[in-house]
Design a protein around this ligand. Structure first.
Ligand code: NIG
Ligand code: FE
Length: 411
């Protein structure tokens, strides 16, 4: 199947020479072609250029994009999209004055979601999660990472990862999965964290690896959850099974998780709401992508990741949603991009780079996703008629998307 887009007002994130990520001042540049055409063959970008130089194409399905902007789909490199039930009561508790940490200490939080998930069948979990996946696809997400971590038993962790894989198959969307068994200490191991980590490393990991259910490994490195020593242990164990880390660090406290992630050559370190100069130094010269999750900061009213500081230090930055029932019940990348501009002072160019090519990098997908490059997946967002791409973050909360193309097909 061929699909030809013509009269595109502006085609964004055009990278003729493939790149894996953009860093520092380069993030200020978003290469575009005005008045463009783009040809799709099957599920890939076949060619593109300026309308003035468009060859004659015949027999293709044709889409006139007059007044509309076209960009690569969002790459959401951090979600917990497969979960059971919701936690709106905790949301109300927070409005009434409890902190996220106080709620967790009362048995709410991650273990609350785990209890629900353990009692939910795989079929029901799939049905609940596919509603969210369908929604984010319509919102322009074209590749997504999904973590386990709301199971906290071997059986339940496997259930999540299997559902995540099945979702990818059914909706023909690239899903990368991450094993996050070390997300919280379950009630049964309240006084035996090491015992739980034995289960994570010696029982869950081998089974998950045997069934090839995970692409990456993660741990919540935070006070009250898992220490730097625990993180070393889990990431070391993951390495034996060929799993590269993507870690939750510096959400509430700085305990050295960034350095640990970098030392293990993590693909990404995510959250970073609190960050010091040592953390920034550790990231310099590494292959580790810092990932900011501004909707989490918004929902919890906690600091925003100092994205400006990271970029001004010459580092790359990716943006993701963190879609989960506790801290970010939203998977809308458009809101993430807008919030990064509004609250983190990223320019629209920086935010779009962070949500496309750098998001792809943070999932190990920069060879196939995240830019308009010949041979890459034809995953595209076609906007409504809008005045400029700066209008996307500017008009926060409005839906600027007209059509979404996934694998060359209009969704
Ligand atoms: O990324 N921080 C750890 N994990 C999730 C949220 C956990 C929850 O409250 O359910 C996050 O924010
Ligand atoms: Fe998360």
């Amino acid at each position: 199947m061929h699909l030809l887009l013509t009269n595109i007002k502006e085609l964004l994130q055009v990278r003729k020479e493939p790149i894996s990520k953009v860093s520092g001042t380069d993030m200020k540049t978003l290469p575009t072609i005005k008045n463009a055409w783009l040809l799709i063959k099957d599920d890939v970008i076949k060619d593109f250029g300026n309308m003035a130089e468009m060859p004659t194409f015949e027999g293709f399905r044709h889409l006139d994009c007059k007044g509309k902007i076209v960009l690569p789909s969002w790459c959401d490199s951090h979600t917990h999209l497969v979960y059971a039930g919701n936690r709106e009561q905790e949301f109300v508790d927070r409005i009434n004055g409890l902190t996220y940490q106080e709620i967790a200490e009362k048995g709410g939080g991650i273990v609350n979601s785990a209890k629900k998930l353990q009692q939910t069948s795989a079929e029901d979990l799939f049905n609940q999660s596919e509603i969210r996946l369908k929604e984010v696809i319509k919102q322009g997400t074209g590749a997504i990472e999904i973590k386990s971590g709301y199971g906290l038993t071997t059986e339940a962790e496997i259930k999540i990862l299997k559902v995540a894989r099945q979702l990818g198959k059914k909706y023909n969307i690239t899903v990368k999965t991450t094993f996050l068994g070390a997300h919280a200490i379950p009630q049964e191991f309240k006084n035996d964290k090491d015992g739980y980590l034995d289960v994570v490393c010696n029982e869950m990991l081998p089974k998950i690896s045997e069934e090839n259910l995970a692409d990456y490994i993660d741990i919540f490195c935070e006070e009250g959850y898992f220490s730097v020593d625990d993180t070393n242990r889990v990431l070391e164990a993951g390495k034996k099974y060929g799993l590269r880390p993507k870690v939750h660090v510096n959400q509430f406290n700085i305990i050295g998780g960034v350095q640990t992630g970098v030392a293990h050559n993590a693909l990404s370190v995510d959250h970073l709401e609190v960050l010091n100069e040592d953390d920034i130094s550790a990231l310099k010269g590494s292959e580790t992508m810092p990932v900011a999750l501004p909707s989490c900061s918004y929902f919890l009213s906690i600091p925003y990741t100092p994205g400006r500081r990271l970029i001004d230090a010459g580092l790359p930055l990716a943006l993701a949603t963190d879609f989960n029932p506790g801290t970010t019940p939203s998977g809308n990348m458009n809101f993430v991009v807008a919030t990064a501009c509004i609250k983190m002072r990223l320019t629209p160019e920086e935010a779009i780079n962070a949500a496309t090519i750098n998001g792809a990098y943070a999932m190990g997908l920069s060879e196939t996703h995240g830019s308009i490059t010949v041979g890459k997946k034809a995953n595209l967002i076609i906007t409504k008629k809008i005045p400029s791409y700066g209008y996307l973050p500017y008009s926060f909360g409005s839906n600027c998307i007209d059509e979404v193309i996934l694998n060359g097909k209009i969704v």
